[in-house]
Design a protein around this ligand. Structure first.
Ligand SMILES: Cc1cc2nc3c(=O)[nH]c(=O)nc-3n(C[C@H](O)[C@H](O)[C@H](O)COP(=O)(O)OP(=O)(O)OC[C@H]3O[C@@H](n4cnc5c(N)ncnc54)[C@H](O)[C@@H]3O)c2cc1C
Length: 366
């Protein structure tokens, strides 16, 4: 076993981890970023084939590297993955891929230990940047009582409509992924979408009106809908627990593809089939659970307080565990915190807190 000591360990090389590394580097701090995946950007590559970002390129750049190309184009998931790789290389960030933290603990001297299997890293500060809504699929328990002849998958496993068996498809969950996936699936399968509507941003995505309104939306998402305003806190509860409103894919687009959208919940199973409260059941070949993710902290052996499934923190700082931080959480500070656009400001705030706590400065190491 080898042990290395580093001032700050960042767990996760998605946009949140990379942005935190960039900000620490600006302050001359020593850090390393680790990630369990093979290649930077794999966290985007693994999504469904048709995924393009709902945010235009102008809102997809992190501090230190604007997103290339037409500022109004909507990048594909692979383009964004390449951008993240380029970001790490062009800012010379020390990243170790294929390095999963299996356990994180703290010793009596206040230092943290990250167990990486055969090796370990000890550090004074840790930033957990393992995903906005977590990366563990959240599927209702009733799924286990559904007829095994029905193919079931979580939205994170869905790739393309051709992979599904012939026959009708039920998509459960009408947040961003559910709407996107229902639209995609409906090109090849009769599709029903189930889930309450979460509101609608009344703009045709990419239109002239959208472009004119976008600076106002950005301002709202970054400066008005924050944890400091009553309106922001109300939206925070909705976003963290119920998902996003209709953005690019709207009811009308789903209707054009023949998707039936039932604004209700799947609450039971009858004769092996999913059903609604009113007893209506669905004879389908596949079910896609677009029911979101949850944060799992079973690998973190620290007294992290969790309320309603979310860690107790403010702007990513966990006051009860000095040196322990989160970055990239949905509504860490504002609506944009869970998007590319808002993460650099959150990362900068954390980097300053880390620098204030750890006076000695040293250059970043690879
Ligand atoms: C389908 C979908 C579409 C989205 N579209 C947009 C969009 O258009 N625009 C926008 O701004 N935002 C969008 N988002 C929201 C947000 O930008 C993404 O969720 C983004 O991936 C969050 O980045 P992150 O760095 O916080 O987390 P992630 O991208 O999830 O990265 C976390 C990283 O942590 C690693 N990790 C986890 N646990 C460990 C461990 N124990 N040890 C080591 N590594 C670990 C993972 O391998 C992963 O690489 C979208 C989200 C989804 C799910």
């Amino acid at each position: 076993m080898t042990t290395q000591h580093i001032e700050t360990l960042i767990i996760g090389a998605g946009q949140a981890g990379l942005a935190t590394g960039y900000q620490l580097k600006q302050l001359g701090r020593e850090f390393v970023i680790v990630d369990g995946m093979a290649r930077i950007g794999d966290n985007w590559r693994c999504h469904y084939d048709s995924l393009t970002l709902f945010t235009p390129a102008r809102a997809n750049g992190l501090d230190g590297l604007p997103f290339p190309g037409d500022p109004w184009h909507f990048p594909t998931k692979d383009e964004f993955a390449e951008y993240l790789e380029l970001y790490a290389v062009s800012n010379d960030l020390p990243v170790r891929m294929q390095t999963r933290v299996e356990r994180l603990s703290r010793s009596s001297d206040g230092r943290f230990t990250a167990n990486l299997g055969s090796d370990e890293i000890t550090c004074d500060n840790v930033v957990v940047a393992t995903g906005t809504f977590g990366r563990t699929a959240k599927v209702p328990e009733l799924a286990s009582t559904i007829d095994p002849g029905i193919r079931q998958l979580h939205s994170s496993e869905y790739q393309r409509p051709d992979d599904l068996p012939d026959g009708p498809v039920l998509v459960v969950g009408a947040s961003h992924s559910g709407l996107d996936i229902a639209y995609d699936v409906a090109a090849k399968h009769p599709t029903t979408l189930i889930g309450p509507e979460r509101g609608n941003v009344p703009l045709e995505w990419g239109s002239g009106r959208f472009r004119r309104a976008f600076p106002v939306i950005e301002f709202m998402f970054n400066h008005v809908l924050t944890r400091r305003t009553p309106m922001g806190r109300k939206v925070m509860a909705k976003i963290r627990h119920h998902g996003a409103p209709q953005l690019r894919v709207k009811r009308q687009h789903l209707g054009e593809r023949g998707v039936e959208w039932i604004a209700d919940h799947v609450t039971g199973v009858v004769d092996g089939r999913p059903c609604l409260d009113d007893g209506r059941s669905f004879d389908v070949a596949s079910i896609i659970w677009a029911t979101g993710f949850r944060q799992t902290y079973d690998w973190i052996d620290l007294p992290v307080q969790v309320e309603d499934g979310w860690p107790v923190e403010y702007r990513g700082v966990v006051e009860s565990i000095p040196g322990f931080y989160f970055c990239g959480l949905a509504f860490q500070y504002c609506f944009a915190s869970g998007e590319v656009n808002g993460v650099s400001r959150d990362a900068e705030y954390l980097a300053r807190r880390i620098a204030d706590r750890t006076p000695a400065a040293a250059p970043a190491v690879a």
